[in-house]
Design a protein. Structure first.
Lengths: 231, 231
């Protein structure tokens, strides 16, 4: 079914299919949180993040949030719709972590009264610099209407997933989202997994905020996966 | 008239007055563009930027743009209203320069179709990181309404000053603005001079974009001042 590889990133590969409107998204075992961290492989991580991603996309489907997921193909591959990707990362934050701590000196773990939404330009060479709506429009990456739609969708996805994680004794710290266009509509793309969500385990608050840099994440991967799969 | 010094920055000092509702703003001779550049003194620069600032504030008055300027006191001092300052820099860009070039690789001198407005947190220790509306609200620096008002005022100030400079054969490349509160109203504060505006001399386009780092700026200071004072 897979044909030419058209993309390989830190956590995923994308392949063309027989059907030109679809792609195969394959999850890699590399464990990388930040773009600067050295990547190291964790056996089974690709499959685990593929399963979590599929589960979360199905959950968002049930809330009528349009996304690129079609179906799972194997333990680490999913079939997705081919979109014209918008080179912007939409980051939604509920708790201070990562660059919010480094850049502004906010205490890690501080609850934010309202979610903060940030935009980053996907640009490896420049280390994904932060941008705003005016930049996105000026650089021609999306229209004002598309940005408003991504913002609305990001808010809704965050609200829905916060509740989803909360019911599983997990707190959604922040989430990075990517979007693309199909027939003039904006769809959620990329993955929704432990590569793109920071979480806190409310049953083990002492473990801190879990991302690729956290030393407890390896032990907790399967436990968290199992909790995500609880209905 | 001047009493205690309450602030000293790279280009200005602020003093308290007899009247507690007012401050004396004194312009220094230090020539500094970016916060990282080493400062060096240029005799007469303080006076020149004080005069330009006063002239531009008076011009904005005539467009009913509320600001802190009261009157000139000497060649390098002006009396201003004491405001509760908002620790945010509002940057309006018409032409790519400075951090827009460095951060996103946009070609220097590229005309922007629409002005880009950016917000920066005033935080010397962290080198004034870029922020967005959500951060400003979350960190408690201004309300959503105040941000909208600063945005509206910044757009208007930019439009009015672009035309003002254009009539004097000068192009306004970008401008950094600071605002404060007085009796629940937002007023433009700080200075409006060659310390805070980047310009291009349309009579000498080969000189490039003029800011503190530009080698031609010393020769052109008085010529530009004289043109700004043309009615």
């Amino acid at each position: 079914m897979k044909k030419k590889k058209i993309y390989e990133g830190k956590t995923k590969k994308l392949y063309e299919c027989e059907d030109e409107a679809e792609l195969v998204q394959e999850f890699k075992d590399d464990a990388v949180a930040s773009s600067k961290a050295k990547s190291h492989s964790v056996k089974g991580k690709g499959a685990l993040n593929c399963q979590i991603s599929a589960q979360v996309f199905r959950f968002l489907d049930s809330y009528h949030i349009p996304n690129h997921f079609i179906r799972e193909l194997s333990d680490k591959e999913m079939l997705v719709k081919k979109l014209a990707m918008i080179p912007v990362v939409v980051m939604v934050r509920n708790v201070a972590a990562g660059s919010l701590v480094k850049r502004y000196g906010i205490a890690e773990g501080r609850e934010l009264e309202c979610p903060i939404i940030e935009y980053y330009l996907k640009d490896d060479e420049r280390d994904d610099p932060m941008i705003n709506e005016d930049h996105i429009i000026s650089f021609g990456h999306a229209t004002s209407e598309e940005i408003k739609e991504m913002h609305r969708m990001a808010s809704k996805i965050n609200a829905v997933l916060r509740a989803f994680f909360r019911r599983r004794d997990l707190k959604l710290v922040d989430i990075r989202l990517e979007f693309g266009r199909l027939h003039g509509k904006i769809l959620l793309a990329d993955e929704l997994s432990l590569n793109t969500c920071r979480i806190q385990d409310l049953q083990h608050m002492d473990h801190g905020i879990l991302d690729g840099d956290n030393k407890h994440i390896q032990d907790l991967l399967y436990e968290i996966r199992d909790r995500i799969f609880l209905s």
